[in-house]
Write a protein that binds this ligand. Structure first.
Ligand SMILES: [Zn+2]
Length: 127
């Protein structure tokens, strides 16, 4: 069983270092809209994904987008936990895909957003 503490406003996962820590406010955006979830990876077959966009008045594109939750990983035909943040304000692209059974990191990417999209073929799309 694992616990996920996540900000409902910006999608930041707050408890990656200390799984038992308590948070009164998001360390990233300061929001107090914090979501505590327990995930029972073995017994529960409920798959949950959170998606969000943070928009600012006068800006066409959202300054921050995130996806977080379970996703069916087609190549291995198994459920994985996926967390992706596109942060235009801080020029950051973060993506992490973890095998829920083994905790193995299948894919991890943390780089400037400008470089990520500079690769040419990389596009932000939902798989
Ligand atoms: Zn936040």
């Amino acid at each position: 069983m694992s616990r996920i503490v996540q900000c409902r406003d910006c999608g930041e996962i707050l408890n990656t270092e200390d799984v038992h820590a308590d948070f009164s406010a998001c360390t990233y955006c300061g929001s107090t809209n914090i979501d505590y979830r327990l995930s029972f990876t073995e017994t529960l077959s409920l798959h949950d994904q959170v998606e969000g966009k943070v928009k600012v008045k006068g800006r066409k594109k959202p300054i921050r987008e995130f996806i977080s939750g379970d996703e069916l990983f087609k190549v291995k035909k198994k459920w994985v936990f996926k967390h992706r943040i596109i942060d235009r304000e801080n020029d950051r692209y973060f993506e992490k895909v973890v095998d829920k059974e083994t905790d193995e990191v299948i894919h991890e990417c943390d780089e400037p957003l400008s470089e990520h999209f500079g690769h040419g073929s990389a596009k932000f799309k939902k798989e």
